[in-house]
Design a protein around this ligand. Structure first.
Ligand code: 3PG
Length: 207
């Protein structure tokens, strides 16, 4: 399985996108690049997800992954569309196994010691921590690092420009995910200038 650490690269924030129209893929990719975050997690929460991933992959300016992936069939669809990484809200052995079959990076979710131990048994040591805000926030991530020093986390859920630094200051945090720089309404309205401005603000807040 290719490594999520390599795929995320130096990006310390992963925009989590809900797209209603695949035609927004290219202008959204341009807006993220212009704001300084050339990466996007396109969630399988809309029917547009696979087509949008394919268009972003062809665009080439961003590293594109799939989010909200809960079944092996969605892994197949994501990989066929060109996703370079696959994010799940929770831990599914079937999803992880399917990612491994395709040699695509997997980022499953875990928020408890029990879930982390299950992930480690599957050979996964980079985990989404979701929903971060209601699961104890940055302090919970820091506390889990004590028994699980080998694990790196990507907290997601309830993060914005006001608290992103709290998470990124935790040594075990590889990156954070969030939707605050890609408002669904702005994208639907074709307001990509707002996406670029919020993305640049997020990058500045994380610096
Ligand atoms: C996700 O799927 O990762 C979350 O819905 C993103 O959470 P946020 O919208 O609170 O940033």
């Amino acid at each position: 399985m290719s490594s999520i650490v390599d795929v995320v690269g130096g990006n310390r924030i992963v925009p989590v996108v809900v797209l209603d129209d695949p035609a927004a893929a290219e202008p959204l990719a341009d807006a993220l690049v212009a704001g300084g975050l050339p990466i996007a997690e396109v969630t399988f929460r809309t029917d547009a997800a696979a087509a949008a991933i394919a268009r972003m992959a062809r665009h080439g300016g961003v590293t594109v992954g799939a989010g909200t992936v809960t079944t092996p069939a969605q892994v197949d669809a994501a990989v066929a569309a060109g996703a370079k990484f696959v994010v799940s809200p929770g831990l599914s052995a079937a999803v992880v196994t399917r990612c491994r079959f395709h040699n695509v990076a997997a980022l499953p979710g875990a928020t408890t010691a029990t879930e982390i131990m299950a992930a480690l048994e599957l050979g996964v040591d980079v985990l989404k921590f979701f929903p971060a805000g209601t699961s104890g926030g940055a302090r919970a991530v820091a506390a889990l690092a004590a028994p699980f020093a080998q694990v790196r986390f990507v907290p997601t859920g309830g993060i914005d420009a006001s608290n992103v630094r709290d998470y990124l200051a935790v040594p075990s945090v590889l990156a954070v995910g969030g939707s605050w720089m890609v408002p669904r309404a702005s994208i639907a309205a074709g307001d990509f200038a707002t996406v670029t401005a919020l993305t640049a603000e997020a990058v500045a807040a994380a610096a």
